[in-house]
Write a protein that binds this ligand. Sequence first.
Ligand SMILES: [Zn+2]
Length: 271
Amino acid sequence: MAKSTQKDSTIQEVLENLYQIQKVHSQIDSINFIKGELPIEVQDAEDYIEGMKTRLTNFELEIDTFDEKITERQKIKDDMKSLIVKLEKQQNSVKNNREFESISKEIEISNLDIELSDKKIKEFTEKKNNLILQIEELKAKIDESSQKLEVKKIELKKIEEETDKELQDLELEVTKLSATVDENLFASYQKIRKSYRNGLAIVSVDRDSCGGCFSKVPPQRQLEVKLRKKIMICENCGRILCYPNEAEQIAATESVEEPKKATSRSKRAKL
Ligand SMILES: [Zn+2]
């Protein structure tokens, strides 16, 4: 890379400006990081609750089915009981044994039907009660999750309200600062920045190592970074290197730097 910059800025100034831009960018990144997790969490919680509500609806439909089955069985029982009353009356006026026996058989079968219905009604009622318990548990879970979701939503809204303005201001700062940096250099900076998850494109040399990838920076290269005659990059990760003192200098001279900005070609920072 090692691009030469515009004549009216020294390499030191360029590095300082880039480092400054990086600082603002890192602030933007950390805000987006906090924000970035919450919307996903809110979405996940909403999906989870939606899933539980679907299960709840299914359970309620199942209860309806059991209710229908119980009613059906109850009706069979009632019918059988009426039939038995009728049959018993008939039995009183039979003409012979055979007729009597035949009616007895019918009564017996009807009683078996009643028994079976009782068994079924018991079975369905047990299943239904079991479902009612599950529904109660599910409703409690939905309530609990909904409450947690509301807290998260409020938190997200608060963060958005707080950070929207801050982000806008920071973006504006990047735009202003990037106007002081050579267009091509800024484009390279942006390219490096986008290729790393931590968004660091310019890093300091710390304890003989690159502050981005922590690989050793050879002494000759370190010297060149110190000399600030050209833009040096890390051989391993390609990040722009600056020297630690510079970072401190930047902090110290930050306010003094202001008037210098309008000198170079402008480049809008698109983030
Ligand atoms: Zn590196």
